[in-house]
Design a protein around this ligand. Structure first.
Ligand code: MRU
Length: 364
């Protein structure tokens, strides 16, 4: 019999013996917990594109494991050939989704292992790449735990918390980002009341966040996206916590479509709006939100998917951006593993990276 509690499953894992990326198929949740073992690159690319594995950190971990598996299968004619084949595999996986920077961040990190070990033979490179993929995953667990600790300092027992999309365990290697303070608070006896926006069109809030939170015994209410204003007006929300796919250097934060609307509402009602972002999600090379590439997805996700039958007329035009960004002025704070950044973000985010560099130096 399958385990009822979704939190007992690993979102993303490596099965090295079978040379497989192991994921929970998130398109089947909450109806069915199906574990997929993916061994070919095409299937891994498709799993990312189709959101079988999704959420910025989880995509990064899946890509790190995926590119390790690609490298493992390479029979190279020397170092240069290995590099070329690795780059091909990396570029292929990177093309699956454009917005979450964790995907290219993890793949670049894997590539650095190859580039910094010039002259090593293929077997040695494969061993190093395996260790790096495992490190990407292990670090994500630590990062999420830290975000949970920092996030928990921003709320108090009994608070109502609204969240959008799913930035929980299912979107990371463990614990989640925006949901980490809630899971951690639950563990420590806090009783939060969570409102999960259903998150049209792919319903990550209703299908995934609600499932995950209910599994953990958290008091959870699903609302349609257009109910958030009413819930806030009722005085039921003391804080908004959302995840993030890419933070620009000025603090503009790109997340699931609808996030910017929630941020505007929170500002109007005077509710703090917190973005939870691992440093792997902060892209200091991008100046502002407008410079972040926004994925556009197929029309059928809006007109048909999840409905019993098509709910919009044939031939109608559809606009389906998967993400938007909240302007930095709408964001009360950005919660990272190295502390809480507050406006002005162009300074506070640099300080977060200074702390990270210092921590790495101490570790070395
Ligand atoms: O399209 P998705 O489901 O991958 O979008 C996910 C989100 O927008 C999450 O909020 C974000 O990736 C943060 S996950 C910790």
């Amino acid at each position: 019999m399958k385990e009822e509690n979704i939190l007992r499953y690993e979102t993303v894992a490596l099965d090295d013996e079978k040379s497989a990326l192991v994921i929970v198929d998130q398109t089947k949740l909450p109806g069915e917990v199906e574990i997929l073992r993916l061994t070919c690159q095409r299937d891994i690319w498709e799993a990312i594109y189709l959101l079988k594995v999704r959420g910025a950190p989880a995509i990064g971990v899946a890509a790190a494991i995926g590119v390790y598996l690609a490298a493992k299968a390479v029979k190279a004619d020397g170092y240069d050939d290995f590099c070329a084949r690795f780059k091909e595999a990396k570029d292929y996986l990177a093309s699956a989704r454009p917005t979450a920077v964790n995907l290219s961040w993890a793949l670049d990190r894997m590539e650095r292992v190859v580039l910094e070990n010039k002259g090593r033979n293929a077997d040695e490179l494969k061993t190093l790449l395996r260790a790096e993929a495992v490190a990407v995953k292990e670090e994500d667990i630590w990062v999420c735990k830290r975000i949970g600790e920092h996030g928990l300092t921003l709320v108090k027992d009994g608070d109502g918390i609204l969240t959008h999309c799913n930035a929980g365990q299912l979107a990371t290697a463990k614990y989640g980002t925006a949901l980490a303070p809630i899971h951690l608070g639950k563990e420590r006896g806090y009783t939060f009341k969570v409102f999960a926006d259903e998150t049209r069109p792919l319903l990550q809030g209703a299908r995934l966040s609600a499932f995950e939170l209910v599994s953990d015994g958290v008091d959870t209410t699903v609302i349609c996206d257009n109910m958030a204003s009413q819930v806030m007006k009722n005085g039921w929300v003391q804080a908004v916590f959302v995840g993030c796919d890419r933070v620009a250097a000025n603090g503009d934060s790109c997340n699931k479509i609808g996030t910017s609307g929630v941020a505007v509402l929170a500002k109007y009602y005077g509710i703090p709006f917190y973005v939870c972002a691992p440093t792997s999600t902060i892209d200091m090379t991008v100046e502002k939100g407008e410079d972040i590439p926004i994925e556009e997805r197929p029309a059928h996700e809006v007109t048909e998917m999840w409905y019993e039958k098509r709910m919009a007329p044939e031939g109608v035009k559809v606009y389906n951006p998967a993400f938007d960004f909240a302007d930095n002025e709408l964001i009360t704070a950005i919660v990272t593993e190295y502390g809480i950044a507050r406006p002005p973000y162009s300074e506070s985010l640099r300080e977060i990276f200074r702390r990270k560099a210092e921590a790495k130096r101490r570790q070395a």
